[in-house]
Design a protein around this ligand. Structure first.
Ligand SMILES: Cc1ncc(COP(=O)(O)O)c(C=O)c1O
Length: 476
């Protein structure tokens, strides 16, 4: 967007976004510095530099308030603008829906809620009921409440939820309790009872010191050990990301989830799969679990659902789960006693319906698969670099783990990671990194561009990451 000599934007007042067109750059920066509490951010940094402020985006590119353009290799920073920025058709359907009916509480139906629930069910193998909310955390909270209420309805103690090291399930206290990222949890305890962890599934740093395929997939079998340890009569569910995202981009090996499924069946345990990041094409399939041979009982989702044009999330459940809440209608506790006010906002359903139409019509899942394979190949070329220890991922979701020494796998410091990602941004490419999550192991660059990217975009992205790594690791 052009600026006049006073830093005032000069967008055409009739253009989309005109509402926000007339601003003064320094004024916005000062308002931000004084009043905006940025997420996951140490504000003392702003004593010596300006906050980063973004203004607009089109496709896979975003522009900051100074007019610098970036290739958005993080899809909005947290891997969620799957269909890319600036989609007028989403804005239009949301506008039309808001004019017609902005809201009605989820105790009743609305036209877009019913239409979206049905469209989503088409993509789900037998998960045919959708409970809607607003954020990924909330969707997971719903799943935990379902598990606890089912234990109550069944008159048993099977209410504990097991989670995997390195997985993240959200920001609320229960979701943090169910997350395997000790640094993220620090300072937020005490946590509620009923959540317990088991080992992660990353081959590069195998928790059992083994090497695939001669490992008997011990990381999956560890779930059985954890259930035995906790007491099978107390465990109601396990929650897993299909591919660990913020914990380092970790796709488990092919056999992993069929073993997990078998264990869940053996112990009568609900298998919750958290697709908040992997859902909606991110990994080259509609949902991450489709890479593996199993069907979950509950699938939670958010981010890519409406590509974050509007807040919406869901817990999709199998008929068997839904049916457990259908018992005697005279009993006062025999229905799911849960509501979120904003689970009834029609803008989210309208945006999600259009988002789904775009994904299908433009075959963005196919593009994620094809461009994703190219991205993974190009990134694997970086393994020649002295400080690239591992490259992981599926589809348009990749992680590059940086180490000081390939033999010892000693991780690089967070300062090195800051330099790597900062240099890539200077080169005009935004990528992410694991931060303050896994004690001592926040050393993975994360890459997740919008699903519309081209080969040329990927070449640009990989070159910038390479430059960032060379710069960040130059003194090691
Ligand atoms: C796998 C996973 N689950 C849940 C969440 C929480 O989602 P939200 O921030 O929308 O609450 C996140 C957020 O990044 C996530 O990565």
């Amino acid at each position: 967007m052009p600026h006049d000599s006073h830093g005032r934007s000069s967008a055409d007042a009739s253009a989309p976004g005109a509402l926000l067109a007339d601003y003064d750059v320094q004024d916005v920066i000062e308002k931000d510095r004084k009043h905006l509490w940025h997420h996951l951010f140490q504000h003392r940094i702003l004593e010596t530099r300006d906050p980063q402020v973004f203004v607009e985006g089109h496709g896979a590119r975003v522009r900051d308030i100074h007019g610098k353009e970036y290739l958005d290799g993080a899809s909005g920073g947290v891997w969620c603008v799957n269909v890319g920025h600036g989609r007028e058709s989403i804005a239009r359907v949301v506008y039309e829906q808001l004019k017609r009916l902005p809201y009605y509480a989820g105790v009743v139906g609305t036209v877009p809620a019913a239409q979206y629930a049905s469209a989503l069910a088409e993509w789900m193998p037998g998960l045919d009921h959708m409970f809607f909310a607003n954020s990924g955390s909330e969707a997971n909270e719903k799943a935990f409440k379902m598990v606890r209420q089912i234990a109550h309805l069944n008159g048993n103690r099977k209410s504990k939820v097991l989670y995997r090291d390195r997985d993240y399930h959200g920001t609320t206290i229960a979701c943090l309790a169910a997350s395997g990222q000790e640094e993220r949890k620090e300072a937020y305890g005490p946590f509620p009872d009923g959540f317990s962890g088991f080992p992660h599934a990353m081959c590069y740093r195998c928790p059992f010191g083994k090497t695939y395929p001669d490992c008997d997939i011990e990381c999956a079998r560890a779930l059985g050990d954890a259930i035995e340890e906790e007491g099978p009569e107390t465990v109601g569910a396990v929650i897993l990301e299909p591919i660990t995202a913020g914990g380092g981009v970790i796709p488990p090996v092919d056999e992993y989830f069929s073993i997990i499924r078998e264990i869940c069946d053996e112990y009568d345990i609900i298998l919750i799969v958290d697709e908040v990041v992997c859902g909606f094409g991110r990994t080259g399939t509609m949902f991450g679990f489709e890479h593996y041979d199993f069907v979950p009982d509950i699938v939670t989702m958010a981010k890519g659902m409406a590509s974050s044009y509007a807040p919406i999330s869901a817990a999709a459940v199998r008929g068997e789960v839904f049916d457990r809440f259908l018992a005697d209608p005279d009993e006062k506790f025999h229905y799911f006693r849960d509501i979120s006010t904003y689970g009834g906002c029609t803008s989210g359903f309208a945006a999600a319906l259009e988002n789904l139409r775009i994904i299908e019509e433009e075959d963005l899942i196919g593009n994620s698969r094809v461009m994703g394979a190219y991205l993974q190949d190009r990134l694997r070329e970086l393994l020649d670099h002295d400080h690239v220890g591992d490259v992981r991922g599926k589809g348009l979701f990749a992680g590059v783990e940086l180490v000081e020494d390939k033999a010892t796998k000693a991780p690089v410091s967070e300062d090195v990671m800051t330099a790597v990602v900062g240099k890539a941004a200077e080169e005009g490419v935004l990528v992410g990194r694991t931060t303050r999550s896994i004690p001592g192991l926040n050393n993975t660059v994360t890459i997740a561009p919008p699903l519309i990217v081209t080969r040329a975009d990927i070449d640009e992205l990989v070159e910038a990451v390479k430059t960032g790594i060379e710069y960040g690791c130059r003194e090691l």
